[in-house]
Design a protein around this ligand. Structure first.
Ligand code: AMP
Length: 422
């Protein structure tokens, strides 16, 4: 039986990995220009971290985690998201006792047992940032500005930024009661999941993707109207900071996010042109998370972007042509007996920063020339009897078909001169 990649996973072949490298670099450069530094955490964690940090009532914890017992019967989970692991690091390494805020970014695979479709996978990749240690609303604005900066550097200007405040635990509790009261007589008209959500976390009924559920609760009280004075002030400062920085947003009463530890600012970024899975990233403030994980009462804010959906956007919206890395030089060994000289020359070229390769398939000189043409190398360097005996190399410029006989130093500087000018 042929073994295939598991459902919901996929391979990234070289033609596609150039696209990944392109967006990863933009994200890394953008985050670093905002003072964020990279953090890498394990791909699996103790299951309890996500149960406590993401919340039992969420879809992620209740139905999407890849959880298994290791050989010592410890329950481990492939990370479904990056925020709880960052909070764990903050506590475990005592980072919170140093200079605050701590600003981190991460990227890598996440795992959720979701129903695969375009833009939704079981192993997918996120780029995320987290800033711990300040509840200053301007930090919220900065994090959102970074998100928008990434989109602008990627040439994705047709985004929609949705913004809301989910309040603090005090105003949210009061709001929850109001919402429960409002939805109670309408419960029968909700989908099965929402009936469950009604008991576990009624706010999540608001972001159900099923239109009939929205219709059923039309006219519901908004959390915006229930915000306490502190949360109102916090939200309005975030909005003003965004406006002052030329960032437009849509206030979205339905935006409550699926995770229990969110507080105050919540946001999502959509690219309407890419189809059903148009939410490309989301984030918000999670002031209760570090404490919920047994650490000190330290606030935080962050976002995560789905790399696959960004790539889909770049492809669908035809935003960019990606060129493959090409060789600078191809060493053609005209006769087997000069293989060693060919290999030494090749290594010297590479040491000098020239992207070079040779044939290892036993091809004839003519076939190697043909193969060199396919690699699209700009230069071919011929290694034949005359060259080895007389101590020069023949350099052929594949673009204008000119040919020169040069000593090794001259050869290297001629190639470098052309590639540096590119
Ligand atoms: P979340 O951590 O659920 O807030 O998701 C943040 C972003 O990660 C989303 O906006 C998506 O772009 C991406 N994402 C979440 N789940 C998946 C998935 N199963 N497959 C692909 N991308 C995903």
């Amino acid at each position: 039986m042929q073994v295939k990649a598991p459902r919901g996973t996929y391979d990234i072949l070289p033609n596609d990995s150039v696209k990944w490298q392109y967006i990863e670099k933009i994200m890394k450069d953008s985050a670093e220009s905002f003072g964020f530094r990279e953090i890498r955490t394990p791909l699996f964690e103790h299951t309890e971290l996500f149960q406590r940090g993401v919340g039992q009532g969420t879809d992620i914890v209740s139905k999407e985690m890849y959880t298994f017992n290791d050989r010592s019967q410890r329950s481990l989970t492939l990370r479904p998201e990056g925020t709880a692991p960052c909070a764990r690091v903050l506590i475990e390494h005592g980072v919170f006792s140093g200079v605050m805020p701590v600003k981190w970014y991460y990227q890598g695979p996440m795992f959720r047992y979701d129903r695969p479709q375009t833009g939704r996978y079981r192993q997918f990749h996120q780029f995320g940032v987290e800033a711990f240690g300040s509840n200053n609303p301007y930090l919220d604005a900065e994090v959102i500005i970074l998100l928008v900066e990434i989109f602008s550097r990627l040439g994705l200007s047709d985004y929609e930024l949705h913004l809301n405040s989910v309040g603090c635990s005090v105003c949210r509790d009061a709001y929850r009661q109001k919402l429960l009261h409002y939805i109670a007589p309408l419960k029968e008209r909700l989908c099965q999941d929402c009936r469950q959500r009604y008991f576990q976390n009624p706010l999540r009924v608001l972001d159900c993707k099923i239109e009939a559920c929205h219709q059923a609760i039309v006219g519901y009280p908004t959390i915006y109207d229930s915000l306490c004075p502190y949360c109102q002030e916090h939200y309005s400062r975030v909005k003003v900071a965004l406006e002052d920085n030329g960032i437009s947003y849509i206030h979205d009463n339905n935006l409550v996010r699926g995770l229990d530890y969110y507080s105050n600012t919540a946001f999502e970024i959509h690219l309407p042109g890419i189809g059903a899975q148009s939410a490309v990233g989301g984030g918000g403030r999670y002031d209760g998370l570090v404490k919920a994980l047994g650490g000190p009462d330290i606030p935080g804010i962050g976002f995560a972007l789905g790399m696959e959906r960004l790539l889909l956007a770049l492809d669908r919206l035809g935003k960019r042509e990606f060129s493959q890395p090409s060789l600078d030089a191809f060493v053609v060994v005209m006769n087997d007996s000069y293989e060693m000289q060919g290999l030494q020359l090749l290594n010297e070229l590479r040491r000098k920063g020239i992207r070079a390769d040779k044939d290892y398939g036993g091809r004839s000189g003519k076939a190697q020339m043909k193969y060199a043409g396919k690699t699209a190398a700009r230069f071919v360097v011929l290694v034949g009897e005359e060259e080895v005996e007389k101590g020069f190399w023949t350099l052929r410029d594949m673009q204008n078909k000119e040919q020169f006989q040069l000593g090794q130093e001259e050869l290297i500087s001629s190639i470098r001169c052309v590639i540096e000018a590119k």
